[in-house]
Write a protein that binds this ligand. Sequence first.
Ligand SMILES: Cc1cc2nc3c(=O)[nH]c(=O)nc-3n(C[C@H](O)[C@H](O)[C@H](O)COP(=O)(O)OP(=O)(O)OC[C@H]3O[C@@H](n4cnc5c(N)ncnc54)[C@H](O)[C@@H]3O)c2cc1C
Length: 380
Amino acid sequence: MRHRIAVIGGGPAGLTFARVLHRHDHPVTVLERDPAPDARPPGGMLDLHEGLGQLAMSKAGLLAEFQALSRPEGQAMRILDTDGTVLRDWQPRPGDLANPEIDRGQLRDLLLGSLDVQWGRGVTEVVPQTRDGVLVHFADGRQETFDLVVGADGAWSRVRPAVSSATPHYTGITSVETSLDDVDTRHPDLARLVGDGSMAVYGVNRSLVAQRNSGGHVKVYARFRAPLDWHTNVDRHMSLDLADVEAVRSSLLAMFDGWAAPVLDLLRHGTAFVHRPLYVLPVSHTWAHVPGVTLLGDAAHLMPPLGAGANLAMLEGAELAESVVAAPGPGDLDEAVRAFEEQMWARAGRWAEITTAGLERLVSPDPTEAIARWDQVQPS
Ligand SMILES: Cc1cc2nc3c(=O)[nH]c(=O)nc-3n(C[C@H](O)[C@H](O)[C@H](O)COP(=O)(O)OP(=O)(O)OC[C@H]3O[C@@H](n4cnc5c(N)ncnc54)[C@H](O)[C@@H]3O)c2cc1C
């Protein structure tokens, strides 16, 4: 028997889920709010861990393609003092494939393959247990029913309210992102400063991380502790217009004043600035099982962006798909989803604790905490 299955959201979680079902010839409807795959910039690199994201790629039959595109050298990590002194300079050993990096756009295209995604289909509400199954309402007024609806629609999930009343809360830490293009020719000094992977500088209650992406593109993340409305009261109680690139640049340069000039050049040469307050769901978020609806990835366990979220999202997508394929009847499907949820909650809870503690140490009143954490998590 073929279950009528819909996945809401075509991010890492939803696409991996659909791709693994597709591999097993199980039909699935993929509903994505964006009007097209390239409707938004895809974001920075993702490192896929051997036992998480790479395992998911293997379950999707895409590990060789991932290895061909990924950048093992992107695992390199350099830490500088605020005065520019190099404190750590870690390079992966030849053949080290523990956490290679891949561009999000490349990963999305790999997972998409020949999947038939319905673009421009924003979901507004999901109503479980109606007479015909789980009812999905769309922004355009249409509605459809399914046997199983999988919410893989990220931090601000519209599926989540069908199973849980939890909503994300602000961590007290904000990230402002910028990027530089064509660094090897336009900013060779900065290209050398960042190296093949990432470079981080930790100060009091703030940090600056730069990450090399493919094609000479560098992403820069300025993170700092601040109230959510910090921009409404900056210089002499003036409000900062977050859409004003030069005003945001000046404000960040003032915030990081005194740091080494080459480090600040990353902000001086940055193009647009994206304001991203960091939100999380409660650590160990669970819910009372609701037949016919479940969540994956950020929708289930939004956590600080410290290299785990996409990895977990993808592995969960692959595992849920395999559970669905192995569940022939309607009763089996519900039991399979219930068992999957228990497994997801246990693993995600552990990672939420690790990343929550990690964020506290990486943007900390004592910058030596950040270095100590880095020394603990690095393999050598
Ligand atoms: C700066 C930064 C760096 C990060 N670095 C890493 C890293 O190195 N490694 C790592 O593992 N994780 C990383 N993460 C975390 C990672 O990006 C997320 O955990 C991951 O994207 C979650 O995948 P997802 O599929 O659950 O959700 P998302 O990626 O958010 O995808 C959700 C999808 O659902 C769609 N959608 C939303 N609402 C609706 C709706 N109502 N109807 C239909 N579709 C909808 C969205 O358009 C989107 O396509 C990082 C995060 C950030 C912010």
